[in-house]
Design a protein around this ligand. Structure first.
Ligand SMILES: [Zn+2]
Length: 162
């Protein structure tokens, strides 16, 4: 996805109040990172560990979500976004307020996502022997498409259009 300025990030949030958005900052390590090979950008609030943010680009328009992580009863789970079958240990349940009046009325949606928001790296991991060794590039391309699709679908559901 395209690199965004802090101002563009702040403008992109679809499920946050103006007051919440005011406090959002992109951590330096993310601002300086290369965003090209990422289907989304996500980070945990440096001061509020249970709060996190993700930015998903849909048709080149950034859409930001404020997420809240909830304590999980399970030690392992599959990430709903990248569906990696090996990295099951750091997957967290995140809850996001729906956009607009629905969210203000308390409606939320939950999703399981890697707590380090490293799905884009995981889907680019070369396949292991049992997973599509005939065509590793097609395998990775398929996983990238899956991740994009799942991230986008979640944003659309938050916005109420799916
Ligand atoms: Zn993931």
């Amino acid at each position: 996805m395209k690199q965004l300025t802090e101002n563009q990030v702040k403008k992109s949030f679809v499920n946050a109040s103006r007051r919440e958005v005011e406090k959002i900052r992109i951590p330096d390590h993310l601002a300086e990172a290369d965003w090209t090979d990422r289907e989304y950008i996500g980070w945990t609030d440096p001061k509020i560990p249970q709060r996190a943010y993700v930015i998903v680009s849909i048709d080149d328009v950034p859409h930001g979500l404020v997420l809240r992580s909830t304590p999980s009863t399970k030690n392992q789970a599959m990430c709903n976004w990248c569906e990696d079958i090996h990295e099951l240990g750091n997957v967290k349940m995140f809850v996001a307020k729906k956009a607009g009046s629905s969210g203000r009325n308390g409606n939320t949606l939950g999703t399981l996502v890697h707590g380090d928001f490293n799905c884009s790296e995981l889907v680019r991991t070369p396949p292991r022997a049992i997973e599509g060794q005939n065509d590793p590039e097609a395998f990775i391309a398929r996983r990238i498409a899956t991740l994009s699709d799942h991230a986008e679908t979640f944003v659309r559901r938050i916005m109420g259009s799916k």
